[in-house]
Design a protein around this ligand. Structure first.
Ligand code: FE2
Ligand code: FE2
Length: 135
């Protein structure tokens, strides 16, 4: 069972970035499945690290594309990414220290930020990136 399914309502209109979003959703769903199946920490840790790594790489790629297109809301978007990164890295750090485990609250948070950000700020850049020929 997946927490989010990619569907066209999540499309930002840029193929490469849609593909990255699909990868993030898949990584999140793997974490969810591991939680449902009650996997041990040594199995869930790498999945959480993978999601954090994909997130960092995706934000770098997305910001580079917005920069190339001189996207006017780049600064606001970068600030949002920085905040999301801080929150995800915070979870990873606490998980590594053993302060938290994989739980519904963590999954809900990750699922919520991912879908809210893609459907909000990410979808806003689609028309600009397409008009400015970087896709
Ligand atoms: Fe974004
Ligand atoms: Fe994104």
């Amino acid at each position: 069972m997946a927490v989010i399914h990619w569907d066209p309502s999540l499309s930002v209109g840029v193929r490469a970035l849609d593909d990255q979003h699909k990868g993030l959703i898949q990584a999140l769903n793997e974490l969810h499945e591991a939680m449902i199946k009650g996997f041990a920490r040594d199995a869930t840790g790498p999945l959480l690290e993978k999601l954090a790594k994909y997130t960092r790489e995706h934000f770098v790629a997305e910001e580079a594309m917005m920069k190339r297109a001189s996207y006017p809301r780049l600064g606001t978007h970068q600030a949002k990414h920085a905040e999301l990164t801080r929150q995800v890295e915070g979870f990873v750090t606490r998980f590594r220290k053993g302060d938290i485990g994989l739980n519904v609250h963590l999954l809900d948070f990750l699922c919520n930020w991912l879908s809210t950000h893609i459907q909000g700020e990410d979808r806003e850049y689609g028309p600009w990136l397409n008009r400015n020929g970087v896709c």
